[in-house]
Structure formats: structure tokens, C-alpha cells
Design a protein around this ligand. Sequence first.
Ligand SMILES: [Zn+2]
Length: 522
Amino acid sequence: MSYTALYRKFRPLEFEDVKGQDHIVTTLKNQIKYDRIGHAYLFCGTRGTGKTTIAKIFAKAVNCEHPVDGSPCGTCPTCKAIAAGTSMNVIEIDAASNNGVDNIREIREEVAYRPTEGKYKVYIIDEVHMLSTGAFNALLKTLEEPPEYVIFILATTEVHKIPITILSRCQRYDFHRISIDTIAARLSEILKEEGIEAEEKAIRYVAKAGDGSMRDSLSLLDQCIAFYLGEKLTYDKVLEVLGAVDTEVFSGMLREILAGNVKNAISRLEQIVTEGKELGQFVNEFAWYLRNLLLVKSSDDMEDVLDMSSENLALLKEEAQMIETEVLLRYIRIFSELSNQMKYSSQKRILLEITIIKLCKPEMESTKDALVNRIANLEQKVEEGVSVAVTATTTQNMQVEKPIPAKRPELPKAIPEEVEQVVRNWKAIMQDMSGLIRGYLRLVTLSLGGENVLLLVTDDPVAADFLNTPEHKKEISDVIAERIEKEVEIQIQRNETNRPIEESYVDLSKVINMDIEVEEDL
Ligand SMILES: [Zn+2]
């Protein structure tokens, strides 16, 4: 007998089985009940959150001969044909491989014919953001005047890539990441049905590793089951199969960092590498560990939220006493940023090593955060009775941090239209950039340099240098030009005024009343 992947085997066949998207299911069911079905839907959200699953159930429900309370009956010939994939009424298209104008023209020609049976022809276009510009234009014509028997369901993980003209013609539904509780409950159900015993802790770990995606969680569960076929699934086995790291390792690493012990911290990392752990995952999980620590630090009764063994909780509580909240927040910020950078880097280990060294030696950095860290270190030494020699670098940096009376820069007389467009579309523009550029652009303030020049100014010398290379500068210009359909001259500059950016430069995002509602959604 061939093996069916769990996520296929347990794919929900009716609305009631879909987990974690109640807000969408209720609305769609009501539309069917009250016969207010739309002609174009856009389903957006991360992978594995149920977009195509719901699309298929919806396709069944609108065609069902006797739907029950907005749900497909599952037993009429139409329902059966759709479930078996033999119905001509449900057409699934993967836009990743069918993204050309011709593919969409074909659809437009087909759309002219009424369905031979059932009420609706439902076109499900997955990964719709992959369509070419020409294909989008062709699709738009159909969406403008759809025949009453046609429904389009467009699904995408990257909604910011969908042209506004398409967006404006669709009912939009945002699929949420599914909570760990919801996923864990579903995994338990499935394991029970499969007759597999598993520790609650093991299940929760798999659910957490799926990061909000039911499909990913089920695939991970598949891997674990396959590896230990016929055995009880324990927490340790799951950790082993998924190449994950036990909490103890994080605890040890954190303690070395707090003690400023570079050598030990790096040799712990060495150990992790030798064991074949995936470093990207290590960073994500370390960030998660720090987040737990923050929870423990902020409240006494976090046991339920944290869901960890009493031994680990005891370690965590001890560490919570060892670290200042500000320092902890700095660590979390650094590790979250690192986690983004690692996705696109081929030098994961070096990035991680540099980060660990920086955390061990905050005196190497001069940001305000690092300063807080250093003060915390000094305070501790004072408490411990160690005499502290105030070094030149410490005082120097402290002077830099002295409050300077705030001064507002002069407002520009007029902002060129194209620059204004860039500012309004900044979020969408950022989304179109490649990984590292996007990361560094987050550190940038948009300002005006000269009459028609968009000035990107940052306090971060590394960001300034990185963005200023001809290649990166070109990508930024190109993405801007593509988005607003105009060339804009840009200049990238480090803030060398010795004053905060907001006192030396006009922050255009504050001057121009950004349409945040719309831009956030993109
Ligand atoms: Zn039916």
C-alpha cells in the first residue's frame, strides 16, 4: 500500500474541519446560505494556512445540490465528482508554472461557456502573484465583467505583489497563522486516529516548529513518525529527527554570553555545528528562548504559557535574575535581526559568531543599546565590589549620549511629486527588495537632498556602505522605478552630524501624511 502524506490524508473536506480560520469560514458559509456569492475572492496568508483547502470546500459548497447550513453535503453527485477531481466545474491553476498571457487567455475563452452541470465554474489560481504583468492585465478584463456562473479564487502568499487594480475587484480574506494550541490539538487528533502514541511535549514541539502552518507541522510530524515507525513519539526523538536543540544548550550559551566568556561561547557553538544542527533554526529557537525568558521576567505565573518542564523553568527563573530587562530586549532584537539575515546568507556560521562576540563584548559597539548593556555590566561589578577603571572610550561614548536640546530641521518648501510617491509607497517598495537590502533599508530615514533627490540617511555606517555600492544602489533605484513608474535620483548617506537624524534631516515620512492603512496591508 502506498503511503499518503498526513496533510493529504487529513485534508479537511468540510468547513467544520478547517482549523484556525473561523473568521473566514463563517463569512463564506453565510454568503452561501444567503446566496450572496461574489465573483472574485483573494485569499492571502502564509503557506499551509488552508487557502486552497478552503477554496476547494467553497467550490464544492456553491455547486452542492443540497448544502447544509452553507456547507457541502459531501454525498450528492456534484460533491462526489469534485472530491474525486473529475468535475469540470472546478479548475485549479498553479500560476507558478502557468504565468503567461496565453494561460490566462485560455481561461478567458473557457469562461464563455456555461457549466454543463452544477451552478458555478470555479477557477482556483494558486500563487497568483507569479503571473506576468500581461497575464494580470488579461485576468483583469475577465474580473471586470465576469459571467454570473464564474467564480475566481485567487490565492497568494505575497499579496503586496498583486496589482491594486486586481485587489480592488476582489473580496479579500486574510488567513491567520494558526496558533500552537490549535495545531497541537489537530496533531493529537490525527495521532489518535493513526494509533500512534506520543508525548504531549513532543506534539507541542512539532506544532511550534511548524510556525503557524498546519501543512508544515503535519510534514514534520510525518518525518518523525517515519523515523521511529511503530514506536512511541517522545520529545527527545522529535528533537533528534528535527535537528533541534534542547533548552539546556540555550541556557548554557546564554550564561557564557552573560559572563562575557567569548572562548566558551564559541566552543559551545562549535559543538552545535559538530552535532549537525541547522544554524538558522538554532538562531530562531534561541530568540524564542530569550522571549520565554522575558515572559518569566515580566510575570510570576507564566508556567502555563511557557509549557516547559519544571527543571527548565527553574533554569529560566535563575537566568531571569541574572539579566537586566533592557539587555534582554537588546539580545532579542539582535537575534531577530540575525534570523532574517541568516535566511539569505551563505556565511551563517560567521554571522552567528560575530553576533555572539558582540554580545559578549558590548564595549566593541557604540550604540545606545550596547551602552545600556555596558552600564549594566559596570553596575554589577560595582555591586560585586570590583573597582572599576573608567576608560577613555566609556566616557567618550557617554558624552555622545548626553541629551542635546532638540532642534527641528527646516521644512522643505515643496516636495517633488516623485519623491512623495516613493514615501507613500515605501512599505511596498521595501517588500520588493531582496533580503539584505530590505534589512538595511529598515535603518534608513527618508529625507530630501537637493531639489529632486531622495536622500536615504542612516546612523549605521555598515548600512550606509552596504547600500552605497553601485550594485545595491542600482537595485534600489530599479525597484523604485518599477513601483512608481518614474526614475528618482537617490543618494545614500551616513548621518555624520553628531546629532540625532530627526534634528538634522527632514523625515519625509512624518511630513507626508502616509496612507498607512492601505500601505500596511500591502
Ligand atoms: Zn453536495
